[in-house]
Design a protein around this ligand. Structure first.
Ligand code: BES
Ligand code: MN
Ligand code: MN
Length: 466
């Protein structure tokens, strides 16, 4: 490509993006208005409506073979454009399902009535992940409108169950392996680093999610008539939970750390070099102190060490005042973030065996597997990672950091193991964007930059030596 052509392409892209800005933001808002909460059954029709909306806008963007594909759960939206003969094929992934919105009263405006405040789009899904997939669709539209097509081949796979551990996606990938042939997967569902510094995520944690159910008598008992003669399920649950972790922050489940890859001296050094301020992070998070496993820095604990956390706990009397009972049952949802090479199935087995082992007499203790996902590492030195890094630098004016993240995207490991694809995590959300919390927002500068960086990444990939 000569310099003149590159400059022409850049100018026509900017002209297109400038003249379509209002329409684009209205489309973004329209997408956000559909309450596609994947986890809540009453929203199942909304999730499908979001899939259909997305399919229609992909098609309007000039993407072909667009389909709302059945998975047995929420559908996958698929589309492709495969006319760049001899060029690489990129599989683009994101998710259109969103997290529930409770507690509703903490939102400054209704979660599904998007508003732009101070240059930010405020709505559930604005950043995680509808804003990021909408940027992809807008990049596709810009390319077909200004150049009549893409510089590379693309396949889009947008799913509706990411926030529910991608329950049906692995089987769908297996079943569709034949038509998902690609050279690399690009996932846009991560974010920039603290301070909104451009970043490419190079590792994600996995997840094991379980529920503990402790049952005593068939009904609540009078604690005067029965206290001292039976085990109390809530006490028993507290005892179990207390035994799962030590005061040093280490998980006490036998074998839990067996497959944990320890950090090398070089890893410690690379992490220590990242611009991160513990005190700033503490203040932004709003906690009185940062705590965790001894021997590791905050950043190391957040992204490279496994954890065990209670996500919810309930049982017994929750009303006003005092009610003297021994509750019939008590429950907790417990999850572990996992790191390479821990396996969620293995960790669940170790977890349930340990819970059974330490369960006090006098109650029945059950453990349910609520799903999970494997941890993943992605290659820093892959040519497409480097192409994406150049694109980010071009658009955001700063070379990206390579960072490890504590969150999980279950499909990342599946792309590698099922489709044999290297994965590049090209995400644009901001740290502290309130993802999963009230008042989620996306900086419009990042959303607009994302569109340009996606186009630039495709151009960089097209220019790679073949
Ligand atoms: N986009 C997040 C994953 C993420 C979070 C990446 C933070 C990087 C930093 C994704 O939508 C998510 O929330 N994943 C769930 C997965 C789980 C339900 C299996 C998560 O991490 O809790
Ligand atoms: Mn996400
Ligand atoms: Mn999420």
């Amino acid at each position: 490509m000569t310099d003149t052509t590159a400059a022409d392409l850049h100018r026509s892209l900017e002209e297109h993006l400038t003249s379509t800005r209002d329409d684009r933001l209205e489309g973004y808002r329209e997408f956000l208005r559909i309450p596609s909460i994947g986890a809540l059954p009453e929203h199942t029709p909304d999730v499908r409506r979001a899939a259909e909306w997305l399919a229609a806008s992909l098609e309007a963007a000039g993407v072909e073979h667009v389909e709302v594909a059945e998975t047995g759960g929420h559908p996958v939206v698929y589309g492709d454009w495969l006319h760049a003969e001899g060029a690489p094929t990129v599989l683009v992934y994101g998710h259109y399902d969103v997290q529930p919105v409770d507690p509703l009263d903490l939102w400054t405006s209704p979660p599904f009535e998007p508003v732009i405040v101070d240059g930010r789009m405020l709505a559930r899904g604005a950043a995680d992940d509808k804003g990021q997939i909408h940027a992809h669709v807008m990049a596709a539209r810009a390319l077909t409108a200004t150049r009549g097509g893409f510089p590379i081949n693309v396949r889009y796979v947008f799913e509706g169950e990411e926030e529910s551990s991608s329950a049906h996606l692995a089987a769908w990938l297996e079943a569709n392996r034949g038509r998902l042939a690609a050279d690399v997967a690009i996932i846009s569902d991560t974010g920039f680093f603290e301070g909104n510094l451009p970043s490419i995520t190079v590792s994600l944690r996995g997840l094991m999610y379980a529920q503990i159910d402790v049952v005593g008598s068939p009904v609540d008992l009078h604690s005067g008539g029965f206290g001292g003669t039976v085990e109390n399920p809530a006490n028993a649950l507290a005892q179990i939970i207390a035994a799962l972790k030590g005061p040093d922050g280490r998980v006490r489940i036998p074998g839990f750390y067996d497959d944990v890859e320890e950090l090398s001296a070089a890893d410690h050094a690379a992490i220590a070099e990242l611009p991160f301020d513990d005190e700033r992070f503490r203040v932004d998070t709003g906690v009185p102190a940062l705590v965790g496993e001894t021997g590791y820095s905050t950043l190391e604990r957040r992204a490279t060490r496994p954890t065990l956390d209670v996500n919810g706990i309930w049982g017994g009397f929750q009303g006003h005042g005092a009610k003297t009972i021994i509750p019939a049952h008590a429950h907790a949802k417990v999850s572990c973030r996992l790191v390479a090479d821990q396996d969620p199935v293995d960790i669940f087995a170790k977890f349930s065996a340990f819970v059974a082992d330490i369960a006090p007499a006098g109650v029945t203790v059950g453990v349910q597997d609520l799903g999970g996902g494997r941890p993943s590492r992605t290659p820093v030195d892959h040519p497409v990672t480097q192409a994406a890094a150049r694109a980010l630098e071009r658009v955001f004016g700063r070379a990206p950091l390579f960072t490890r993240e504590g969150g999980s995207i279950p499909v990342t490991a599946d792309f590698a193991s099922i489709l044999g694809l290297p994965v590049v995590l090209l995400g644009f959300a901001q740290p502290h964007d309130n993802a999963h919390a009230p008042n989620e927002w996306m900086l419009l500068d990042n959303y607009e930059g994302a569109i340009r960086a996606i186009v630039a990444t495709f151009d960089e990939i097209a220019a790679l030596p073949r």
